[in-house]
Ligand binder design. Sequence first.
Ligand SMILES: Cc1cc2nc3c(=O)[nH]c(=O)nc-3n(C[C@H](O)[C@H](O)[C@H](O)COP(=O)(O)O)c2cc1C
Length: 218
Amino acid sequence: MSKLPPIESLRADYTQATLDEAGVLDDPIAQFEDWLAAAVSAAIHEPHAMSLATVDANGHPSARIVLLRRVDHEGFVFFTNYASAKGNDIAKNPHVALLFFWKELERQVRIRGTAAMITRQESEAYFHSRPRGSQLGALASPQSQVVDSREWLDARYEELRARYEGQEVPLPETWGGYRVVPSTIEFWQGRSSRMHDRLVFQREDPAEGTWRRVRLAP
Ligand SMILES: Cc1cc2nc3c(=O)[nH]c(=O)nc-3n(C[C@H](O)[C@H](O)[C@H](O)COP(=O)(O)O)c2cc1C
């Protein structure tokens, strides 16, 4: 059995890079793409994995990892089951937060915004680009529901696999993408002695696509 060292003794100083006003792009989406590209170049495992926080009808938050599948000036897109716990939360309260942590680069990006379903046409195109096994998995899994057993899930997958043999797997009614339209995007670069850099873009005018940039204390 592994022995847990005292957690309070675990510490690291961050010294890899700095982030200053002159070094950040004016467009936060371009800046995000730049950092994501750096994470890809650094061969970080699942660099597009992000934490998605939602709030339920009672104001209780939940967080889980999802994969970013598209980013542009329209927003950040991920795919999921609309009838899942996160889907139910978003239906009641579209305010969400996204979080990327690229620890190998000592970087964090925090995004707040509102989530809305993308068009079925867009979901359809992405769904059919996925490996067939993932398409069948999405069809087989009533995500976030209590199920009887692993065996029940495997049998359901097998039944659907056989049913759609040689045919296109249909996009499930309850599966598709959400686009998170950002209202704030924070770029965090770890610095020595906990004197980190934090530059936050706050959306000024959605129509104009203009942003205000401020520095926050670490
Ligand atoms: C690396 C990783 C990637 C994941 N990607 C997705 C994803 O893109 N979409 C998704 O619905 N769930 C994804 N999951 C599973 C979710 O974290 C979560 O278990 C699931 O969506 C159910 O969440 P909910 O019950 O809060 O709705 C991923 C999990 C991990 C660890």
